[in-house]
Design a protein around this ligand. Structure first.
Ligand SMILES: [Zn+2]
Length: 78
């Protein structure tokens, strides 16, 4: 379902954001779908099993979800 995005979160973050899978979570200027960056830290959620599980547990950022939904609806209508 989420094969084309990666769930990530910031240091101390309470929501998960989506990154395009082609983008690196290991750069502090990588933008999530909502435009947010992890600056001055890095995205977490891909480094270890614990991080992956935490990213799954967090509520998804509503803006990231909206962008993803919009994008998928766009694909479906073509
Ligand atoms: Zn977001």
């Amino acid at each position: 379902m989420d094969d084309d995005v990666t769930r990530v979160y910031t240091d101390g973050g309470t929501v998960a954001h989506f990154l395009d899978v082609l983008q690196s979570p290991n750069a502090s200027d990588t933008e999530a779908l909502c435009g947010r960056t992890p600056w001055p830290g890095l995205w977490h959620g891909t480094g270890s099993q614990d991080e992956e599980e935490r990213a799954i547990d967090l509520r998804v950022c509503s803006q990231c979800q909206a962008v993803l939904t919009h994008r998928r609806n766009g694909y479906l209508s073509r």
